[in-house]
Design a protein around this ligand. Sequence first.
Ligand SMILES: Cc1cc2nc3c(=O)[nH]c(=O)nc-3n(C[C@H](O)[C@H](O)[C@H](O)COP(=O)(O)OP(=O)(O)OC[C@H]3O[C@@H](n4cnc5c(N)ncnc54)[C@H](O)[C@@H]3O)c2cc1C
Length: 261
Amino acid sequence: MKIAICVKEVPDPGAPRRLDPASGRLVRSADTALNPYDRHAIEAGVQLREGAAAGAEVTIVTMAPASAARTVDKALAQGGDRSVHLADDALSGSDLLATSYALAELLRRDAYDLVLFGQSAADSECYVLPAAVAERLERPCVTQVAALELVEGVLRVKRQVETGYETLELPLPAVLSVADTLNEPRYATLPAIMGAKRKPHELLSVDELGLDPGRIGQGGSRARVRGLSAPPPRGEGVRIEDAGDAAERILEFLVERRLVA
Ligand SMILES: Cc1cc2nc3c(=O)[nH]c(=O)nc-3n(C[C@H](O)[C@H](O)[C@H](O)COP(=O)(O)OP(=O)(O)OC[C@H]3O[C@@H](n4cnc5c(N)ncnc54)[C@H](O)[C@@H]3O)c2cc1C
């Protein structure tokens, strides 16, 4: 069985985000990190390899500048067997449409049985790339998976919805995005960190993958940033001093604004 885990290098989630006024894009040159939500997808893949999908190969897949190699190593140290890294200046400025096209072609090439994503990316937070990739690959897709089992080649998943949990079954090949409640990602051990560099690492360009240059990068993107503006300053707020009736007054305040029924 072939399992792909899609991972993204993001600006350090702990640092304030900055938009470049000239390009309208997020500044991604600052300190970087492995998207924290992807660690849950890696853990899910590794657990499958250790259990129901014994012998499976777990491939870390990314589309990112070549400088993201260190981030890929972090994902390998957490348990990936090999990595495939699509890196090309021509990809810069890719919106969701272009990113989903490039990533889907990368995944299509290796015909994975299961593609796992984190629930979202901590920088762009679209929550939609997994579904867009699944659509392009014409594979079933479930997002926000909170429990996952592989039983005789069929995936049984649970996802949280407003009214409770849905339990769904889907055949392989499939695409899932996993919720951060699915598991507790393991920490990489020192030998695993040292060993990550020796794992097979494939670096691909746009030409090598045979991508249509008109469908990637800024030129292949449909989203246009038309302007940037700072959020309005916060108002004064309402201060409620407790004279024994604070709870009632807070409730009144919330009900007036229809924040609770
Ligand atoms: C006009 C415009 C220009 C942009 N330019 C750039 C740019 O130059 N560089 C840039 O990095 N982003 C750029 N973006 C953002 C990029 O389009 C989004 O990253 C992409 O659409 C995916 O959305 P998301 O990252 O919010 O992922 P989500 O929809 O939140 O999906 C989450 C899952 O997808 C995975 N994922 C996301 N991106 C990748 C990837 N590249 N490889 C593997 N897995 C991935 C995450 O790791 C996570 O597991 C641009 C967006 C716009 C609108």
